[in-house]
Design a protein around this ligand. Structure first.
Ligand code: ADP
Length: 485
């Protein structure tokens, strides 16, 4: 099969979150499976320097963007056999310090930046000499490509147009812009209607994807159900209920070539389920790295991620405020809203022997936290899939999660299945409920045999990509078969 993926971030070229991991790994897994795969993504600052094998390919891109003509170039990288990355070079749009924002504020021209990207995706989908059959769009930044391709197939006849799959990684981010920005699509206004891209008088790029893609996926089965409800639907639940027959939840996989406990360049001490001594060494290393007392006995809790409401950082602060009076330690790396950043830094100042917080993004530190901690906190308000809890499982670090979305689908609490339990779940969204989960973790820590069993269950949980990729291939085949003329 010939598949063109599109995403505004792709690991290892660019990343702010799980989207990058998912698209990078899916591309690799599909190509390994023998499919012909391309990935379209922006050429951000620094990529060319880090990947000198990139080379430009003609011809130049030249698109109308409202009343302006904007040019760009395509650079390619043969990342693996059957896997080509198409980088869209438009220096004014993409050569910036951040991907989406600066100092916590979205760039004011994000509509232009990402409609240009969507146009490049639609253009390559139609022009590449290997003729992609299926275009797989990820998140709002490329959602409009589904509409552009739909429009194109209306004009030219659908027989040769590629089919489209839209994956929602997080429904809370929809790419909503003032109606006037719709002019940047250069499409007729007939699509700017409630059954199309119009959303309460605005343009909604994710909605364009949901309305016009042939099939829709999201990143876990439970989240696929949740988003059709008013509570989680972010205003699009009605549309998602309408399209329910075309909506499936496919759990993200984990790239175990990268997230591994042996032969991992980020980890000084390898370890495995059969020999956990290296895990204790990683714990000591992590305590030292974060300036905490080095003590193997003290239970060590960790957290990695965006410091935003979605991640439950408010209840994490509440629970830690209470629990840091006990003999525990906490390390964290993350960045996000300045209010939350300050609150965590303040907590670390008040409990210098127990809590250490680093603001920033550091891939290596994220591996060391996963490897060195005993427990991992993920109390999300909602969580489409979540990757860190799956990384924790592989690293023998017991996740403490709120039972929502992908967290509920991937972690097994002893109340659900004592034999197979690999984590701790709580349900109520409150600091008290999380604190109770932490107290359960401390009780587990005091029972070495049981704790060891949780660890083995965790480390042998399998979320490998081959299974996930196979489900996507099945779905792509369904999309192609359903639309045969
Ligand atoms: P989301 O996509 O909602 O941010 P996920 O758990 O699905 O959350 O994925 C987050 C990904 O980003 C993981 O790979 C995680 O390790 C990584 N990540 C998030 N914040 C940081 C950070 N500050 N430093 C290093 N890696 C981070």
């Amino acid at each position: 099969m010939r598949i063109l993926l599109a995403s505004s971030e792709v690991h290892p070229y660019s990343k702010t979150g799980g989207l990058a991991d998912m698209v990078g790994s899916l591309g690799k897994a599909l190509a390994r499976d023998g499919q012909r795969v391309g990935i379209v993504t922006p050429l951000y600052l620094g990529i060319r320097e880090r990947f000198p094998a990139l080379r430009p390919v003609g011809p130049e891109l030249d698109f109308s963007l409202g009343v302006r003509q904007v040019r760009g170039e395509v650079w390619v990288l043969e990342a693996a056999r059957g896997l080509t990355i198409y980088f869209i070079d438009q220096p004014q749009f993409y050569q910036r310090a951040g991907l989406y924002q600066q100092d916590g504020v979205d760039y004011p021209d994000n509509a232009e930046r990402f409609l240009f990207l969507a146009k490049a995706v639609a253009h390559l989908a139609l022009q590449l000499d290997w003729k992609p059959e299926l275009v797989h769009l990820n998140d709002w930044q490329v959602g409009a490509a589904a509409l552009l391709l739909h429009h194109q197939s209306r004009l030219a006849g659908s027989a040769h147009a590629p089919r489209t799959c839209m994956t929602i990684h997080n429904l809370a981010y929809q790419g909503v812009f003032p109606a006037s920005q719709y002019a940047l699509t250069n499409l007729p206004w007939e699509y700017f209607v409630p059954d199309g891209v119009e959303f309460y008088g605005h343009m909604n790029c994710l909605k364009a994807g949901i309305c016009y893609a042939d099939v829709i996926t999201t990143v876990s089965p439970r989240y696929a159900r949740e988003i059709t409800s008013e509570e989680f639907g972010c205003g699009l639940d009605g549309l998602l209920r309408q399209r329910q027959d075309s909506l499936v939840g496919i759990l993200n996989g984990v790239d175990y070539d990268e997230w591994k406990t042996t032969g991992n360049p980020y980890l000084k001490y390898p370890f495995s389920a059969a020999d956990l001594r290296g895990k204790a060494d990683n714990k000591a290393g992590l305590q030292a790295e974060f300036g905490l007392p080095v003590n193997g006995e003290t239970p060590l809790f960790g957290s990695i991620g965006r410091m935003v409401e979605q991640k439950g950082v408010d209840i994490m602060l509440g629970a830690l405020e209470e629990m840091l009076h006990a003999n525990i330690q906490f390390v964290q790396i993350g960045s996000g809203s300045t209010v939350f950043q300050r609150a965590f830094q303040d907590l670390a100042r008040r409990f210098p022997q127990r809590a250490a917080v680093r603001i920033g993004f550091d891939e290596g530190a994220s591996h060391r936290i996963e490897a060195g901690c005993d427990f991992f906190l993920m109390p999300s308000r909602f969580e489409p899939c979540g990757l860190n809890q799956m990384y924790s499982l592989r690293y023998g670090t017991i996740p403490i999660v709120r039972g929502t979305g992908g967290l509920d689908d991937t972690v097994i609490d002893p109340k659900e299945d004592l034999e197979r339990a690999n984590g701790i779940k709580f349900h109520e969204y409150s600091g008290q409920a999380l604190a109770k989960g932490i107290r359960k973790a401390l009780a587990l820590y005091e029972s070495p045999d049981l704790f060891h069993r949780f660890r083995l269950n965790a480390m042998t949980s399998d979320f490998s990509w081959s299974r996930t990729a196979a489900r996507f291939v099945e779905l792509y085949q369904r999309a192609l078969a359903a639309n045969q003329p």
